[in-house]
Design a binder for this molecule. Structure first.
Ligand code: TXA
Ligand code: MG
Length: 321
């Protein structure tokens, strides 16, 4: 599969051109507030199959369906009163809800991997919303990177991994949040399926309950993560160590907060929002700098967005298959 990947800018003309590519069954990398997604028509089996092929995904994990508003989402999923309240509070935004699939949803079964639930979100990015409205349908969109590699937060990252394998990229500059959406399961009792851009604490406050973690929604859908067998994901080429206060000679040390002598920093001021926005770009930079010495990350606190950052870092550091 080799094609010329077109580069569209985020003007009304670029957005219209990207929507036309999608209507023709093509694939477009596009910015959301979290990471760049690789979008295809969620109703079109061939387009969705091409997403898996372009990413080289070994398994058909279910994908997130992107829609421009809550009303559109209600065509694909059943919303309980609780789900409606959460959607109204957090959409548009970096939150994905897993909900019961409507029988008349009309989505490709590849999107849901044949499950009777569906993951949906309304992204909070003006260009993503404009693209969804111009396209006029639901977009299946996993992160726009080859399977298992670092997620893209800039159009250049998308091209570095997928140029020649996708039809176009819609360049809207760097992503503001920088880690993927939080995934909240609301099929039964609420479960946190993936930490992400909405801090779990904010969901717990809105739900009025503590949220149990519900297995491993990222990478290996539906498979509970076996202890000590964390799926390698977001993997840079170099080796990665975490929680490192004193790096070894030859390691590229990535600081957080006050880390004198660090080669790179997630946030010099120890700001978790800034660290999340920088995370995947810094992973790429560290990978470019690192030789055999590998990459060492300073500790990041396990609160708020720190939970999503540490989740992604643990996957980057996990043993490779
Ligand atoms: O921020 C994001 O969420 C980005 C941007 C592009 O929107 N998208 C993203 O998609 O991270 P993806 O495909 O990399 O992650 C989707 C995750 C999968 O790992 C899958 O396990 C989970 O969502 N998922 C999808 N449908 C599900 C379902 N019915 N039940 C449980 N988990 C599901
Ligand atoms: Mg991904």
């Amino acid at each position: 599969m080799s094609m010329k990947t077109q580069n569209f800018d985020a003007t009304s003309g670029g957005i219209a051109a990207a929507a036309a590519v999608l209507r023709a069954g093509g694939l477009v990398g596009f910015a959301t507030e979290t990471v760049y997604g690789l979008g295809g028509d969620a109703r079109d089996d061939v387009a969705v199959a091409r997403i898996f092929a372009a990413k080289g995904r070994p398994q058909f994990n279910p994908l997130i369906v992107h829609v421009p508003d809550l009303d559109s989402a209600r065509a694909y999923a059943h919303f309980s009163d609780q789900a409606l309240a959460i959607a109204r509070a957090f959409w548009p935004g970096p939150l994905t809800l897993v909900l019961p699939l409507r029988a008349d949803a009309g989505l490709s079964p590849l999107v849901t991997a044949g499950l009777d639930s569906v993951a949906i979100r309304v992204p909070a990015h003006p260009v993503a919303l404009a693209l969804l409205r111009a396209f006029g349908g639901p977009l299946a969109a996993p992160s726009a990177n080859p399977s298992g590699r670092v997620s893209p937060t800039r159009a250049d990252h998308v091209l570095a991994g997928l140029s020649g394998r996708i039809d176009a990229v819609l360049d809207a500059g760097p992503c503001g949040v920088g880690v993927e959406s939080t995934i909240l399961g609301l099929v039964g009792d609420p479960v946190l399926l993936r930490p992400g851009g909405v801090p779990a604490e904010a969901l717990e406050a809105a739900l009025g309950m503590a949220l149990p973690a519900g297995g491993d929604a990222d990478g290996d859908a539906m498979k509970p993560s076996a202890p000590g067998q964390l799926a390698s994901h977001y993997a840079p080429v170099a080796g990665v160590r975490l929680g490192v206060a004193v790096p070894r000679a030859g390691e590229v040390w990535v600081g957080f907060g006050d880390c004198a002598g660090a080669a790179l920093s997630l946030s010099l001021t120890g700001d978790l929002v800034q660290a999340a926005a920088n995370l995947f770009h810094i992973l790429r930079q560290a990978d470019d700098l690192a030789g055999a010495g590998g990459i060492a990350f300073a500790p990041v606190p396990e609160v708020g967005l720190g939970r999503a950052i540490n989740d992604r870092l643990r996957r980057a550091a996990a043993p490779r298959p």
